[in-house]
Ligand binder design. Structure first.
Ligand code: ADP
Length: 264
């Protein structure tokens, strides 16, 4: 579904250049949850941002269903709302002055009139908020009235309202308590199955990656150093950096895994 070819991102701050990504080559297959794991600063978010249109690649191409997503630094989706995202901190991504209903419906503003009307249908909205575990009475409230987990449910409803096919989930549960994390991960997993969605799931947490993703790409200093079936990489990591990442997980494994096993 997505082909990432020789993608590079170099940030320039005055004379200072930072190579954040690449060159990276990677495919994302339709209907999969592809994990992207690596330590902070390895370039995961920058790669995600190039997929959703927030950062233009310095060079290289990204094809979405065979067509380039970027042309001359301009982002071209096949249709608005086809690609959506959920970020780590719903606190900062939800406008504090907007009511939940308007927050959830806002992505529809980019759609053609007739489609917007159809997707903003009250019955459809009601079903969507119930599906993500919210209530109708929540629609008239403001973001500060919600817990972190509920705010992430709002962010998920907002991402789904356009009926996307591909979502970039950037550390979607990293700011949440472990028990709430598990609920949101399960919701995301169920939604992916029900709606045949494709996810790029960004996380620094190997346990979360193992729970969510069939395949995983390991990112280190802007490069994908290893990509493959999650189970195989966990059992037999090839790259020294993957080995290092895994050994640090294994040293806290007992505790972390038990808490996940109890909850999930
Ligand atoms: P990760 O998501 O893995 O933590 P990022 O993609 O956020 O990594 O960052 C990759 C590198 O790019 C880091 O060195 C970071 O400091 C740098 N970087 C990210 N965003 C910017 C920016 N807007 N301007 C300059 N440098 C940036």
């Amino acid at each position: 579904m997505i082909e990432i070819k020789q993608i590079q991102k170099i940030y320039t701050n005055g004379k200072h250049l930072t190579k954040a990504v690449g060159p990276v080559n990677m495919d994302i297959r339709q209907g999969e949850i592809l994990g992207l794991v690596g330590e902070s600063g390895s370039g995961k978010s920058t790669l995600g941002k190039m997929l959703i249109g927030l950062e233009a690649p310095t060079s290289g191409t990204i094809n979405y269903r065979g067509k380039p997503l970027w042309e001359k630094k301009k982002y071209k989706r096949i249709r608005p709302g086809e690609i959506q995202s959920v970020f780590q901190d719903p606190q900062s991504s939800l406008d504090p002055r907007m009511r939940i209903k308007d927050i959830i419906l806002e992505p529809l503003l980019g759609l053609p009139g007739s489609e917007r009307k159809e997707k903003a249908n009250p019955e459809r909205l009601r079903k969507l908020i119930h599906r993500v575990g919210l209530k109708e009475e929540h629609l008239s409230r403001l973001p500060h009235e919600f817990s972190g987990g509920q705010r992430q449910r709002i962010a998920i409803a907002r991402a789904l309202v356009t009926e996307p096919t591909f979502l970039v989930l950037d550390e979607p549960t990293s700011a949440l308590d472990v028990s709430i994390q598990a609920q949101i991960l399960n919701l995301l997993k169920e939604l992916q199955q029900e709606r045949q969605l494709t996810y790029l799931f960004i996380s620094h947490n190997m346990s979360v990656i193992r729970y969510m993703c069939e395949r995983v790409a390991v990112m280190y200093k802007g490069d994908i150093v290893e990509i493959g079936i999650t189970k195989e990489i966990f059992e037999n990591p090839q790259h020294p950096y993957s080995k290092k990442l895994l050994s640090s997980v294994l040293s806290v494994n007992g505790r972390e895994n038990r808490s996940y096993a109890e909850i999930l």
